[in-house]
Design a protein around this ligand. Structure first.
Ligand SMILES: Cc1cc2nc3c(=O)[nH]c(=O)nc-3n(C[C@H](O)[C@H](O)[C@H](O)COP(=O)(O)OP(=O)(O)OC[C@H]3O[C@@H](n4cnc5c(N)ncnc54)[C@H](O)[C@@H]3O)c2cc1C
Length: 406
C-alpha cells in the first residue's frame, strides 16, 4: 500500500463510496478505508427519489433496476387529524422534475454495490481497515493512521474526508456537534416475512404511521420481507424490555397491524439511539465532513442516504476546485458547507413541524411552501412532495451556492 494519496475517504457507506468515485473520476488519487468487511448490515433502507439522478450519475441505477429491487412510487401516511390512510406519489410533481420511482433497499446489498462501483472507477478500497487516529500538525489534518492486518500504518493526503457515519470520528474529536434537543429519539425495529402489501403501485410505498407514542415505519422489500420500525422520544419508553414495548406498539397500530396479521417475525429486535445532530462546521483545516459524520436528521422522511449522496456530489465539485485553486480553497469549502447545511436545515425544520401529528394535511403542505422555492409553479401539495422527495435539495443545492458558474 502507498502512504501518500490526494484524498483519503474514511467509510464506505453511501456518502464515502459516492464521493470517492466522483473525485477519482475527476483525476484525483483516492484511497478509501472501511473498517467493516462488506457486505455488512446497516439500517436506512428506504431511498427518496432525489437519490435517482445521483445513482444514474454514478452508473449503478440500471443494475439496481435489473436486480429487481422493490420500486417505491410514493408514501402512504397514516398521519394528521384524520386517521384515514393517504398517499402521495412522486409523479404528482410536474413532469420536468418527476422521478417516477425510487427503491427500498437491503443496505448490505446497496452499500456493497456502491463500494464495488468505487473500485471499478479506480478508487483504492481497503476493507477491514479501520482508521484509528489522525496525523495532525497543529490543527491541520495531514493524514490518518490505519490498522491494516494488525499493523499500524500512517497514510498522508491533501485532504481527509470523514464519512464514517455516526461514528463521526472528526466531529467527536473536535467536539463540534450540536444535538437537536427536540429530536432525542430512539428507534426499535425488526423484520417480518409474509407481511401484507398495499394495492397496485402503492405496494412498494413506505408507510409512515403515527402512534400514540412516536411513529412507525413499514418498508416492504421485493423478497417478501418487511422492515418495521418504531421511533419515539427517549423519555417515552417505560421500564419494560424494549421488545415488549415494540410489539405492544405494533399491536396498537392500525394499517401496520392489519398488514402484519399473517406475517412471521424473522429477526431479533434491533435498537439504536436516534438523536438528530449537526456539526457546527462541515470542514476544517485539511478535512471535510460528509453524511452522518456531518449531521443527521430523524429518519421520518428517509432523507439520510440522500443527504449523504447529494453532499457527495456537491463535495466532489467543491473539493476538486479547492484542490486545484489553493488560494481559493477556503471559498470552495465554504460553498460546500453553505450548500449542504441549507437543505439539511430545511429538512430539519420540516421534521420538527411534521412531528405534530394532529394537523390537517393542508397545514403540512402549507409549511412545505414556506421552505422550498421550485423553479416551476406548483401547488402546496406538490411542494410537499418536492421537499420530501429530496428533489428540492438537488435543484437548489448548487444553484444556491453558485458552484455551477464557477
Ligand atoms: C433508525 C434509523 C432509520 C433510518 N432510516 C433511513 C431510511 O429509511 N432512509 C434513509 O435514507 N436513511 C435512513 N437512515 C439514515 C441512514 O442510515 C444514514 O443517513 C446513512 O447511512 C448515512 O450514510 P453515510 O455514508 O454517511 O454513513 P454510513 O452509511 O453509516 O457509513 C459509514 C461507514 O463508515 C465506516 N466506519 C466507521 N468508523 C470507521 C473507522 N474508524 N474507519 C473506517 N471506517 C469506519 C462504517 O463501518 C460504515 O460502513 C436511518 C437512520 C436510523 C438511525
Amino acid at each position: 500500500m502507498k502512504t501518500n494519496y490526494d484524498v483519503i475517504v474514511i467509510g464506505g457507506g453511501p456518502g464515502g463510496s459516492s464521493i470517492a468515485t466522483l473525485l477519482q473520476r475527476k483525476g484525483w488519487d483516492v484511497v478509501l478505508f472501511e473498517k467493516a468487511k462488506f457486505p455488512r448490515y446497516h439500517i436506512g433502507e428506504s431511498l427518496v427519489p432525489g437519490c435517482v439522478p445521483i445513482l444514474q450519475e454514478l452508473g449503478v441505477f440500471k443494475e439496481m433496476d435489473e436486480r429487481e429491487m422493490q420500486r417505491k412510487y410514493g408514501i402512504t401516511f397514516v398521519w394528521g387529524e384524520d386517521s384515514t390512510p393517504w398517499h402521495v406519489r412522486w409523479d404528482e410533481t410536474p413532469s420536468e422534475i418527476t422521478k417516477n420511482y425510487t427503491f427500498q433497499v437491503n443496505r448490505s446489498d446497496f452499500d456493497s454495490l456502491l463500494l464495488k462501483n468505487a473500485k471499478r472507477n479506480g478508487v483504492e478500497v481497503h476493507e477491514s481497515t479501520p482508521v484509528v487516529s489522525f496525523i495532525k500538525e497543529g490543527n491541520a489534518y495531514k493524514g490518518v493512521t490505519i490498522k491494516h492486518n494488525s499493523e499500524k500504518i500512517d497514510v498522508y493526503a491533501k485532504i481527509v474526508i470523514d464519512a464514517s457515519g455516526q461514528t463521526a470520528l472528526i466531529g467527536n474529536l473536535e467536539k463540534t456537534f450540536e444535538i437537536d434537543e427536540q429530536l432525542k429519539n430512539q428507534a426499535v425495529w425488526s423484520y417480518f416475512e409474509n407481511a401484507g402489501r398495499e394495492d397496485g403501485e402503492n405496494e412498494g410505498n413506505i408507510i409512515i404511521e403515527s402512534s400514540e407514542i412516536g411513529w412507525l415505519w413499514y418498508i416492504p422489500f421485493s423478497n417478501n420481507v418487511t422492515s418495521v420500525g418504531w421511533v419515539a422520544g427517549k423519555n417515552q419508553f417505560d421500564n419494560r424490555d424494549l421488545s415488549t414495548q415494540y410489539f405492544d406498539r405494533l399491536e396498537q397500530s392500525s394499517l401496520v397491524k392489519k398488514l402484519l396479521s399473517d406475517s412471521k417475525n424473522i429477526d431479533k429486535v434491533h435498537t439504536m439511539r436516534d438523536w438528530s445532530y449537526s456539526s457546527s462546521n462541515f470542514y476544517g483545516n485539511g478535512y471535510v465532513l460528509l453524511g452522518d459524520a456531518a449531521g443527521f436528521v430523524d429518519p421520518l422522511f428517509s432523507t439520510g442516504v440522500f443527504l449523504a449522496m447529494n453532499g457527495a456530489t456537491l463535495g466532489a465539485k467543491c473539493i476538486d476546485k479547492a484542490l486545484r485553486n489553493e488560494e481559493d480553497k477556503e471559498k470552495y469549502l465554504q460553498l460546500y458547507e453553505q450548500g449542504y447545511k441549507s437543505f439539511l436545515k430545511k429538512v430539519t425544520d420540516f421534521v420538527h413541524f411534521f412531528y405534530d401529528a394532529s394537523l390537517q394535511k393542508d397545514k403540512y403542505f402549507g409549511k412545505a411552501d414556506t421552505l422550498v422555492n421550485p423553479f416551476v409553479e406548483m401547488t402546496h401539495r406538490q411542494e410537499f412532495i418536492y421537499l420530501i422527495s429530496g428533489l428540492a435539495g438537488i435543484n437548489t443545492f448548487e444553484k444556491e451556492v453558485g458552484i455551477e458558474n464557477e
